[in-house]
Design a protein around this ligand. Structure first.
Ligand code: C2E
Ligand code: CA
Ligand code: CA
Length: 563
């Protein structure tokens, strides 16, 4: 029978009797449906099938052949077999198979076909029906929380943005902090239950017309038309309360949430950018210490992007053997007579445009990303090579190298240093490691142990930035070091501040009494130098008054002229 003529279903055909049901069913189902009169082999297909697959007609009597060109070549046998199986008398169970169908957009998509036989009261097969489900369409709801997922969130937000002339409101993304630790500690089953409970609790505290969506991982999303920052803060405060309520049988589980918010139209007015900005704000809330909500700020975002860009560039630079890094050297002199003792190696980095970036801009990032480990090796290797070279001009030349606490935590650090000293045949007594302030240290015992090990090798240890951060008097009690370096902030106005005068003077006295030397940093003027020398009895001075950090070749000229 030709396809351009619709076959006649027949008045007494079972298809005729079920057409009404079929129509009702097809208008409410998302699947594609068909029924077949086994007597006439006429197929009745749902409208959505005809539309989505550009199928020739709703009623056909040659379905098997008509559908073949739509089925992927490799899957035709699978389909054929299923159609034969459903008709074989032994098969009374539904038949299921999967194959690829050619969609009207020209692409193949996987579908699942479910076939079922329908018999009359004498058990004679009359019809069979088929349900085709697309397997490539995204699932709309999350199966743990029951919340609608990101694709629906985007679609709903899009609709909201389009439904008003001047839409304004907020997009909020809520992320559970460290929830994976809970899953790892108590198992996935408990993790899922707790996550479902949190989702439910949050839903309950939201205004009734605000819907919660499940985004990727342990993240939720919502949007709130007309919301002002104060309302977002109130909502977040309720979310924080929800988080306090999750419990295990034995333990109270402590888990916090952070959130980020972007406003439309002020921050952006398209779905994707708004959501991304809210996620950026979430990241910022986490960086600020979690358990808080942050609002998107263009300035922070630009800085953040700059940092990420710089991080990538540094990563590439490290992969090329720390190519764009270099060391500058700043003189350290004997306070008594201004005689050169050595230098501190200070790291610099060339940005893409050739400009030199100062370490305060990138060291925290290197530490956070642990890139300080490979760069730290490079610094030591190069500072040692330079020191060895300069000891030709000045045999007791002292090289000070900054060591971040993160480097000490790396187990391979000590053997690396040992090997480096060996390879370059340098006297360890001519090296000083300056422990620079980094983020919080948890294992002081290990850090001290490491420093003792370096001490045993003969390397001197200096406590940097004394008077700030971790580097305090209390710390000296437990820490094994040879030199303390007093920070520039105490030196800047020393001649005007009697507090700073006394602090520096008595710290030096105290250090001398326990056998430590003191180096004063940031000395820029002669009268300050003279005060530190005569009144305070400082041991060493480092500051612009005696020299800026200089490039290797510039500093080298200084030594050559001396020798
Ligand atoms: P820091 O270890 O306290 O180094 C001294 C800093 O003070 C240097 O800044 C130096 O240029 C500056 N300075 C020295 N004398 C004066 C002065 O008279 N006046 C003023 N205004 N500044 C003076 P720089 O090179 O920018 O280094 C900043 C910090 O970055 C260092 O502070 C150190 O904590 C860190 N850093 C530098 N190089 C390295 C490195 O190779 N490894 C590690 N982990 N950190 C480094
Ligand atoms: Ca230093
Ligand atoms: Ca310092």
């Amino acid at each position: 029978m030709s396809t351009n003529q619709t076959p006649y279903i027949g008045e007494n055909s079972p298809l005729n009797r079920i057409t009404t049901y079929f129509n009702a069913l097809q208008s409410s189902a998302e699947e594609y449906l068909f029924v077949v009169d086994l007597d006439t082999n006429i197929f009745l297909l749902s409208d959505n099938f005809v539309k989505d697959f550009d199928f020739p007609a709703n009623v056909v009597d040659d379905f098997d052949n008509l559908i073949m060109p739509f089925i992927h070549h490799d899957d035709r046998e699978i389909f054929d077999k299923a159609m034969k199986d459903i008709l074989s008398e032994s098969k009374i169970k539904p038949i299921t198979c999967e194959f690829r169908l050619l969609h009207s957009n020209g692409e193949y998509g996987w579908v699942n076909l479910n076939l079922m036989l329908g018999s009359d009261e004498y058990n004679q097969p009359l019809i069979f029906s088929g349900i085709i489900r697309r397997l490539d369409t995204p699932v709309k709801a999350d199966n743990v929380t029951g919340l609608l997922k990101r694709n629906v969130f985007y679609a709903d937000l899009q609709r909201e943005l389009e439904s008003h002339l001047n839409p304004h409101g907020a997009v909020m993304v809520i992320g559970l902090d460290n929830f994976n630790v809970i899953t790892e500690t108590y198992g996935h089953k408990f993790g899922d239950t707790a996550f479902r409970q949190i989702a439910q609790n949050i839903t309950n505290v939201l205004p009734p017309d605000i819907r919660l969506y499940k985004l990727d991982g342990y993240m939720f999303g919502l949007f709130m038309p007309d919301a002002m920052p104060e309302e977002i803060e109130i909502i977040f405060a309720s979310v924080q309360l929800c988080m306090r309520e999750i419990r295990n049988v034995e333990d109270t589980i402590y888990c916090t949430a952070s959130a980020g918010t972007a406003f439309y139209p002020s921050d952006a007015n398209d779905v994707i950018t708004l959501t991304r900005y809210a996620e950026v704000a979430l990241e910022i809330a986490r960086q600020k210490g979690r358990d808080q909500v942050a609002f998107f700020e263009r300035e922070t975002y630009d800085r953040w992007r700059y940092d990420i860009g710089m991080q990538n560039l540094m990563q590439n630079s490290i992969a090329r053997g720390c190519e764009e890094f270099f060391l500058c050297y700043q003189p350290q002199v004997d306070a008594k007579d201004g005689r050169l003792l050595g230098a501190e190696a200070l790291l610099r980095w060339y940005d893409q445009d050739g400009s030199v970036v100062a370490p305060m801009q990138f060291i925290p990032m290197l530490e956070k990303s642990r890139m300080i480990i490979p760069v730290g090796h490079w610094i030591i290797e190069n500072a040692v090579i330079t020191a060895k070279k300069w000891q030709k001009y000045m045999p007791d030349f002292q090289m000070s190298i900054n060591i971040s606490l993160y480097q000490l935590e790396e187990r391979m650090f000590f053997p690396f240093v040992q090997d480096c000293l060996e390879r370059h045949q340098i006297d360890p007594g001519t090296l000083t490691f300056e422990l620079t302030e980094s983020q919080r240290v948890y294992d002081w015992e290990f850090v001290n142990q490491q420093f003792s090990a370096f001490h045993d090798l003969g390397i001197k240890i200096a406590m940097d930035d004394f008077g700030t951060g971790y580097s305090t008097l209390g710390f000296l009690k437990n820490f094994n070091c040879d030199i303390i370096k007093i920070d520039k902030v105490f030196v800047d106005d020393i001649l005007k501040s009697s507090f700073n005068k006394n602090l520096v003077k008595y710290t030096i006295m105290l250090c001398h009494s326990i056998g430590m030397e003191v180096c004063i940093e940031g000395v820029e003027e002669e009268d300050v130098y003279l005060y530190l020398r005569d009144e305070c009895k400082a041991d060493q001075i480092q500051g612009f008054y005696f020299g800026f950090p200089e490039r290797e070749e510039v500093f080298e000229r200084r030594l050559k002229n001396k020798s």
